[in-house]
Design a protein around this ligand. Sequence first.
Ligand code: GLN
Length: 474
Amino acid sequence: MTKSFASLSEIKREIAIGEVTVEKLVKGYLNKIASNTHLNAFNEVFENDALVSARNVDSRIKQGTAGKLAGMVIAIKDNICYKGHKVSASSKILQGFTSIYSSTVVERLLAEDAVIIGRCNCDEFGMGASNENSFYGPVKNAVDETRVAGGSSGGSAVAVQAGMCHAAIGTDTGGSVRQPASFCGIVGLKPTYGRISRHGIIAYASSFDQIGPITKSVEDAALLLEVMAGPDEYDSTLANVKVPSFAENIEKPGPKKIAYLQEALSSPGVDSEVKNALAKYIDKLRADGHTVKPIAFEYLDYIVPAYYILAMAEASSNLSRYDGVHYGYRSPAATDLVSTYKKSRSEGFGKEVKRRIMLGTFVLSAGYYDAYFAKAQKVRRLIREKTDAILKEYDFILIPTAPEPAFPLGRKEKDPVTTYLSDIFTVQASLTGVPAISLPAGNNNDGLPLGLQLLTRHFEEQELLNFSKYFLEL
Ligand code: GLN
């Protein structure tokens, strides 16, 4: 029976008094994984590797040379490259592909003695919000197995939720760390765009993709962020800004100015218990001396369309590399170069991925570029300017993470647009690049977790983490 630890500092205390070893922890998580295979959270478990690394970390702890993540057993989303290990982005097209190098994040996590226990299921190439678009099947929510885990980092979130690892690393293009974290009752952080290297991450939409931690505590999110963040010669979009010791620096915040979206409380599209959770926190914050005011966001209707036009355009370009020649799957029916491309891509990609490649190609095509792609870029700029203006006046924006809690598996939407619209609250931070965190905010009457989200200014993760820790204790 493994004990469940809320944060790495608790684990470290137990290691220090000889109560537990990293090897014991790994064995406990492996047992948990084995008894929860029906949740489908992992695409592969690195059992032997994890045990060998755990023993190595244990001996470094004894020698006093262990790194700051010693005792942290993590899972990675299956779109993060780890040298010598398979990586598939949950797509048939990458079946059998092995990474020939490690992503910068994996290198940095290992250098600080994290143990990587496996790679987690996700929506194919990160495209989805329920983890149902995976070649390996959907992930089930451990709170209610008839419901989705959220997506696209659904496996990562459930791995943490169900105690199959201590923390997980996901990627967030339009909400994929935050929304599954909210569906699973845990913490999900999307750092500022340009904070963490994307080198070695399977690209979906490069101007949005960000790596983020999924954890049970704000302290662990802070610690993982500081280890993964900072300049990297392999990613030129990284900002050359100082990476503070986020975890050590967490302190109680003073009175803050917080804006919330009026529509989140009034729109019929938002579940009433999500509205109640938001209203409850607004009251608590006011009672505790903060200024909390409603704001209107006039571009709300354009957020989702702008995100999808741009994300699909970028995806259509990024995914052109899967041609049946360079990577993974090649159709056995291919007879020449063109049929290799056509058949490998038709058979290798799932339905949603193909839909997005086609739409992305369309919005970039000569006759439609100005009407769609260029226009969406202008809208993105307006959304960024408006968000910056709000954050000039307010310290944080408080909104739900998702309009509803985890929904039933297999719910068939009338059309994909309905599904896309459920990203309404997460894509603002993605379009603008600001950091955002999803925090657990209680459960609804059926016991399903609810999540609220805080957004703040670029590179002000320290303030975001300070306030988040305090928020969870409210
Ligand atoms: N649901 C969004 C999409 O399908 C976001 C996914 C993500 O962040 N990877 O694009």
